[in-house]
Each structure stands twice: as C-alpha cells, then as structure tokens.
Write a protein that binds this ligand. Structure first.
Ligand code: PHE
Length: 450
C-alpha cells in the first residue's frame, strides 16, 4: 500500500509543508493579539518555553507514529497498539481527530474568507471602487458566505492535486512569499513614528502576569493550535515522509520556523498598534484594556492603514494577502486529515473524497454563519481549547505507554543506526511518557476547574 501513497519529494518540501500547516492565523493573528493583551514579552517567554518544552515533543510523537505506520491516524494508532482494546481506543481517537480537524476548518474558512475580502477591499479602494470596498469590509451574510466558499474552493483544489503536486508544490511557493512579505511589512512599520512604544511593550516583560494561570493557559492553547497538534495533521504529514529522513531534526526545524514567524508577527502587530495610537486611532478603553482584542486585526490595522494614504493601501493589501496565504497552507493540512482517512480506509478516490468532505465542511461553515453569535466562539473553544490538548495527551500516551519501546527504537533507527546512543532516545521517550501528560493535565484541569 505504501507505494501508492503520496510522499514528500524533499526535506525542504516537507519542512515548508509542515511549517505551512503550523504557520497560520494562529501565528499572525492569534499570537500577537494574545501577547498584546497578556503582558507582552511575558507572554512571549511563556509561549517560547511551552513551544519547545511541550509542543515539540508532542509534534515528534505525531511525526514518529505517522512515519512508522505510513498511514492515517486511525490506522496508525491501531498499528502501534499491542492489544485489540488499545487499538480500538486509538482508532476512535484518530476519528475524533479528523472530526476536530474538520470542525477547525469550518471556522477557519470563515476567518480566512474575511482576510481575502479585506485584501480585495484594499484593491477596490486603490481603483476607486469605494462602495464595493465598503461592502467587502462590512460584516454581512453574503460577503461571509461568498468568501468562505472561495477559500474552501482554493483549499479543495490544492488537496485534489495530492501530496507532491498539491501540498508540497504550493507550500514551497507560498511559504517563502509569506516570509518575504512579513519581513517587508515589519521593516515598514518599524520605521513609523510610535513603533518604538510598541516594541517596548513587546520586549519588556511584565513578570507579574508571566506566571498568572490565565496567561499560561492561553499560551498552552496557542502553542497547541499553532503547531497543529492533536488532530492528526502532523501525523499524516509524517506518514508522507521517507524512512531515511532525520525526524528529530525536521521536527525541530518546523518548530523553529513556526515560533520564529509568530515572534516576527509580534514585531509587526504590536508596533503597528502604537503607530495607530500615534496617528490618532483609539486602541485602549478608559480602563487601559485593548479595545478590540480579537478583532484587532480587522479594526485597528485597517484604521491605521487609512491614516497612511497610498502606502497604507499597499500595506493593507500586503498584510491581508499574507494572512490569506498563511491560512491557505494551514487549511490544506486540515482538509488532508479526513481526506487521507477516506482514501485509505474506504478506498474513495481522492477527487471524490475532497469534493464530499470539502462540501460538508463548507456546509458546517454555513451553519456557523447562520448562528454566528452562539456557534462561532463555541466551536473555537471546543476544538482548540479542549479537544486539541486532550488529543495531544492521547498522542503522548500512545507514543510513551502503548507503543512497544523496541518497535519505537527500530523506527528511529531507520534514519539513524546509532539512535539508541543519542540524546533524543535518552530523553524523549521518558519525557513524552511522564512529563508532557503531567503538564497537560495540570494546565488543563486548572483551566477547567481551577
Ligand atoms: N497551526 C494553524 C495556525 O496556527 C492551525 C491549525 C490547527 C492547522 C490544527 C492544522 C491543524 O493557524
């Protein structure tokens, strides 16, 4: 079966695809907004710590399991289970993963659609179509539906092309573009008056809030969401890796790219807020809280760009184009999870699987749009705050407790014959077995009952 499966062609291709999955709205929208509301550098430090100390080991668990099984999460977790019972529980967890990945995509496609609409709105502004531009920037049923569908159509087109011609090719094109645009925007914003105040907030930690439970929980969710953990995305990407690829290194590279882009996006968003303040845009309420926490990017930044004339229009096009690209490379990784399952477990043709599953997800987005007030936040909370950490916990349990150690070592030896003597083997198995579950459970129970 392995021969008929897709496979990444090169290390670069894999790192671009997996970091394309990781780098998304979570990095460029979620992380900077949370850093801005949670003590700036303090949040940054906690986030960096959690990314390397907690998220990286779990990412490795998914990659190793995936590459070992060369299959989707349902069959992979079954394969590494020594008993029927653990096999069935693993398969159920894998199914929960693809349901959650699909649910994440239902709200993600809506937000990504807004990004596309905002990008187009700036283009419309540029050519004088002000009414059209206003329509594009106003929250409304038709705008939301049309752009959600357009985004889903793009995602489905890439996934239909498969692993190498779709995921890998497009990630290799889009990720470097994203990096260049982000760097250019950061460079521009940092030269503006007021930017240094934002830099101060971003770089001077407020240690009183660094240790508050609320901040740690926010950073945990952020780290899990940002590295696309728990739902089987990284597992399925790992399953398309060649056996001779050095897993700890590629996993490390993906984590590094993900974290660096989040940090870089912070250098854009926080200074931009203070440039906006300097230009007369209100960003704080009287109590000193940020005005529009979650909608920061959709309100403060457009207002900022509006104060900058033509440079602002170009800045706005660049920013929202960048966000659309980041969202696209993540969305394809979400859709690949249920699609790979349908292909491998039910023998569905790729094109049909994409069509059916993609349409169902779009339908889910329509339902959310119909009941936006009650469903949007709820779906985000259920999927990212609760499901992702819990499913991540399951990955640790399967890598650390269920999978036999000799089989695990054999897997690591495929690309490194001396793996048994290496640092990774000395630390990681013990670490995912004990440390990761304890940290997740502690933070999670605190979030739920504390
Ligand atoms: N990592 C993506 C982001 O930061 C979101 C994501 C979550 C992607 C789960 C795939 C699976 O935006």
């Amino acid at each position: 079966m392995a021969s008929s499966r897709g496979e990444f062609g090169s290390r670069f291709g894999f790192v671009m695809a997996a970091s394309g999955s990781a780098v998304g709205l979570g990095n460029i929208w979620g992380f900077p907004t949370q850093a801005a509301t949670n003590g700036g550098a303090a949040f940054l430090l906690v986030y960096l710590f959690l990314a390397f100390v907690l998220a990286y080991p779990i990412l490795m668990a998914e990659l190793v399991i995936g590459r070992h099984a060369h299959a989707n999460a349902v069959s992979a977790l079954r394969q590494i289970s020594p008993t029927r019972l653990t096999g069935n529980i693993g398969a159920l967890g894998g199914m929960a993963g693809f349901v959650i990945a699909s649910l994440i995509l239902t709200f993600y496609a809506i937000v990504a659609g807004w990004m596309m609409a905002f990008c187009l709105a700036s283009v419309a502004d540029l050519i004088g179509l002000t009414d059209f531009s206003r329509w594009l920037m106003t929250f409304g049923w038709w705008r939301n539906v049309v752009f959600m569908l357009a985004f889903m159509a793009l995602t489905m087109a890439i996934i239909t092309a498969g692993v190498r011609a779709g995921i890998e090719q497009w990630s290799q094109r889009l990720m470097p573009t994203l990096l260049i645009m982000l760097a250019a925007l950061v460079g521009y914003v940092l030269t503006q008056e007021g930017a240094s105040d934002g830099l101060k907030v971003y770089l001077m930690p407020d240690f009183r809030s660094a240790l508050s439970p609320q901040l740690i929980i926010a950073a945990l969710g952020s780290a899990f969401f940002s590295l696309s953990l728990g739902v089987g995305t990284m597992l399925i990407y790992g399953s398309y890796l060649k056996d001779d690829e050095n897993l700890p290194i590629v996993g490390g590279l993906v984590t590094l790219v993900d974290v660096s882009i989040a940090v870089l996006a912070g250098f854009l968003v926080l200074p931009a807020m203070y440039v906006a303040l300097h230009n007369g845009v209100e960003i704080f309420t009287e109590t000193g809280a940020l005005i529009s926490e979650d909608t920061l990017i959709f309100t403060v930044l457009p207002e900022l760009f509006a104060t900058m004339g033509i440079a602002g229009v170009l800045g706005s096009i660049t920013l929202f184009f960048l966000m659309s690209i980041a969202a696209l490379t993540s969305a394809i990784s979400m859709l690949e999870v249920p699609v790979a399952y349908a292909i491998e477990e039910h023998g569905t043709k790729r094109r049909n699987a994409v069509l059916i599953i993609g349409s169902l997800i779009a339908l889910g987005s329509v339902v959310i749009l119909l009941h936006f007030e009650s469903l949007f936040g709820l779906v985000i909370a259920i999927t990212t705050r609760y499901s992702q950490p819990l499913l991540g916990l399951m990955m640790c349990v399967y890598a650390g407790w269920v999978w036999r150690r000799d089989s695990l070592l054999r897997e690591l030896r495929k690309n490194d014959p001396s793996a048994a003597e290496g640092l990774f083997w000395k630390v990681w198995p013990w670490y995912v077995k004990f440390v990761c579950p304890v940290i997740i459970l502690a933070i999670f129970s605190h979030a739920t009952w504390g």
